[in-house]
Write a protein that binds this ligand. Sequence first.
Ligand code: HSE
Length: 436
Amino acid sequence: MIDPTQKIPQIRPQPTRVALLGFGTVGSAVARVLAAQQFAGVELTHIVNRNSSSKRQTDAALVIPPSVQWHDDPAAVLAATDVDLVIETIGGLDPIESWLAQALRSGKSVVTANKQLIAYRGAALAAIASENSVQLLYNAAVAGGVPVVPAVLQGLQGDRITRLSGIVNGTCNFILSHMEQGADYAEVLAQAKAAGYAEADPSADVDGYDARAKLCILARVALHAELNVDDIPIQSISLLEALDFQYAKELGCTIRQVSRAQLGGDVVHARVAPMLVPLTSPIAWSHGTQNMVVTTGEFGGDVVFSGHGAGGNPTAVAIVSDLLAIAHGSCAVSLETTPRRVLGEFLAPHYLRFIVDDKPGIVSAISGALATVGANIDSILQRPGYPKHRLPFVVTTEPCLTSTIHRALTAMGNFECMLQKPLALQMLTVDDKAED
Ligand code: HSE
């Protein structure tokens, strides 16, 4: 029976007046998506971009209605009375945090794609939003066009999610899935930059900083855990070589940058790193800029989210969807979160790749170092055809802690035969355990 006194959210009688901060790849895509669809109830009224007069001359600006006011200075919109909602697509912490705080305090809802800001300062900004009875939405901050944040907030809060894993950086996935087909690392990275997938500084992508911020946000919405971003261990994909994909294939795997977090008592085990992923796992099936997140709930089991995780248009869809949600009066579920300590440890098999100047006794020395720390070897692989003075080979281990492997690698650092630092990668298995 419908309660006739219940207030049903309506579209505001006046359109929601929107100020767009930033007219780069994502900002201009937001304007394009809005112009193409002419949604009732929302109106783009202001655009802020440094040197806005030159932005107005670009092709991307052709879709902007003449009624839109352009500004160089955000002060023109943050406290303005003719703006209801601010969309932020600039990125970075400072000065954006203070700009968005000002917008929230002056009664404007905020939609942002800024993962670093939401990872580091999201709780503080959400508190300001709540004090001012406005909304802060950040669907676009995680996994671009894949609505994992709103889906978890609206559709999975009834479960107790205990772990999540997946691919949340489109640039890394673009690079690794092309390297899997034989492409060169530097060439594919250049393509990702040209296509607008990569961050302004692509080390944010390849070294794991971007994915780490997204993992923190996912831990907040899915595990209700506030993590210190900088405590999550990250490992770069830049040290991977073509031969690692060949060896991975022999092991029935490929390599992906995996972000994972798992509740373990009072702590959260979390890590962002390139990992060997079985070819049978859904995580291995993601190609190009595709992102994939798998959540595991105590009651509902596994749920998989997948789609385009980078690029202007998919990210703009996430932003515009947040905008429409606010304009239509929807309100996200917000359960309490708890600060949790981060541990980077997982109990997993490991892939170790060595490049050595070959001589007798190397395998025995390596297996001795592993035995000393209690790591058990599962397999040794050596492909033919490499010169003996620069010989690659691979050892895989039974499940053990990454810190255990690192102790063995430290001991191996003294071996004269090692031509470069060995590469150690976790191997993802379905029943991996976190370890306190
Ligand atoms: N550089 C990011 C990525 C863009 O490659 O996933 C989306 O956050």
